[in-house]
Design a protein around this ligand. Structure first.
Ligand code: ADP
Ligand code: MN
Ligand code: MN
Ligand code: MN
Length: 398
């Protein structure tokens, strides 16, 4: 009797152990699914008074995105025309279970590159039950500054670097079992050929999908590290730069899902011996672009130097990993030390080579990590260089 009871307890106990054990995926189920069968259904026409709208938002992690779909009666061509919505914030790290209704406020509408017109993708901001922006919602901070400095016409050009991983978490095309690619990184930047790059189809599909959606998508290139790439958004005026960056991140999540590839924006995904991953922010204002603008750029550099550590605290999803990236190696400046220079890729701020001769131009902030929030970075650049917006929201860390 006792033995049977014992076995029963053991069985129950072991089933708990088994059910809580997590296994790393060996292969992504998404890309094994038969896309030809899927095509049969996705092509079905829907009634003319039905439009599918995918709402997406930044979750409590500050870097991951969530989406859900709803059917509308007509296409909302602007954010104002898209209805507000809500979700369970307790399942996204944004609210407690007892106070979980969390609001979605549409802020930009894109053409859906997966279902095609007339269907849409809606970028939404997250607000809490008390009407305050969620902790990871920095769009208001940025937008208030864009509005306040409208006359200065702030332009942004954002360079998003990223790394492709296999679903097992190891670099795409990197030798299994912890080995390194046999290629010398000297040949991978803007590289061509299977020996030097991996994952071009993902990069290419993403570019087309972003252009279809209506992003100010500017270009792509393979990066120094094998399976690492970059895309650029810009040159775009005001809030649309950061909005389009988040939309293009959403598109990348969906495209990479189709290919069974995991995309990470981790600033130092492969450790100290390999290059890091950043998001350079190129920035200019009307004054900087006008004759004599170099003097104003110098003034701004002075202000950026004074506020260096405030910026560094907000320039990545996790300060520690961006610190690992900004090691002074692999074309980076040290995390704790501000520097600037012309054509200098080892500086915090790089100015284009011709800036002194033409006397105007823009600056490149090379400090943000790949997983930064462009709302925070663009917002801080305006805040520091041009001044704070009245009553404007605060940043994550000061
Ligand atoms: P690199 O890799 O050499 O830094 P990229 O071509 O990847 O250069 O990126 C350059 C960025 O500079 C682009 O995103 C572009 O939009 C941006 N840019 C160019 N001129 C300006 C400007 N006047 N103001 C803001 N951004 C600019
Ligand atoms: Mn670049
Ligand atoms: Mn780059
Ligand atoms: Mn750059």
């Amino acid at each position: 009797m006792n033995i049977i009871k014992c076995i029963g307890i053991l069985q129950r106990y072991s089933s708990v152990i088994i059910s809580t054990k997590r296994f790393m995926l060996k292969q992504s189920i998404n890309h094994i699914m038969n896309k030809k069968v899927f095509d049969r259904y996705i092509r079905l026409p829907v009634p003319c008074n039905k439009v599918l709208a995918t709402y997406f938002w930044i979750d409590g992690s500050g870097i991951n995105l969530r989406n859900k779909d709803r059917i509308l009666n007509c296409t909302p061509y602007t954010a104002d025309a898209a209805p507000g919505w809500a979700f369970d914030g307790s399942s996204t790290g944004q609210a407690t279970t007892a106070n979980s209704d969390t609001s979605l406020k549409p802020c930009a509408v894109y053409k859906d590159p997966f279902r095609l017109e007339p269907h849409v993708v809606v970028l939404a901001e997250v607000y809490m039950g008390d009407g305050k922006p969620a902790l990871t919602n920095h769009r208001k901070f940025c937008n208030d500054l864009c509005e306040f400095h409208k006359a200065e016409e702030p332009w942004f050009g954002l360079e998003q670097e990223y790394t492709m991983l296999d679903v097992d978490g190891w670099g795409l095309g990197w030798p299994k079992g912890g080995g390194f690619p046999a290629v010398n990184y000297e040949f991978s930047y803007c590289g061509v050929g299977a020996k030097y790059i991996a994952g071009r189809d993902v990069c290419e599909s993403h570019a087309k999908a972003c252009l279809y959606a209506g992003c100010d998508f500017e270009g792509t290139n393979a990066e120094v590290m094998f399976a690492c790439w970059e895309w650029q958004i810009g040159t775009t005026i005001g809030i649309k730069a950061a909005d389009d960056m988040w939309m293009s991140r959403y598109v990348m999540s969906r495209v990479s899902e189709d290919y069974g590839v995991v995309v990470t924006y981790h600033p130092k995904p492969m450790g100290a011996k390999h290059p890091g991953v950043g998001m350079h922010h190129n920035f200019s204002t009307k004054r900087m672009r006008s004759d004599g603008g170099f003097k104003f750029i110098e003034e701004c550099i002075g202000r950026l130097e004074k506020n260096h550590m405030k910026h560094m605290k907000n320039y990545g999803n996790d300060e520690m990993t961006n610190r690992q990236r900004l090691s002074g190696k692999f074309e980076t400046a040290p995390f704790d030390k501000f520097s600037w220079g012309m054509a200098n890729r080892k500086a915090s701020i790089r100015l284009p080579r011709n800036i002194k001769t033409v006397g105007k131009g823009f600056m490149e902030d090379r400090r943000p990590g790949g997983d930064c929030d462009p709302y925070l970075v663009c917002g801080l650049l305006m805040d520091t260089c041009l001044g704070s917006a009245p009553g404007g929201g605060s940043t994550k860390k000061c």
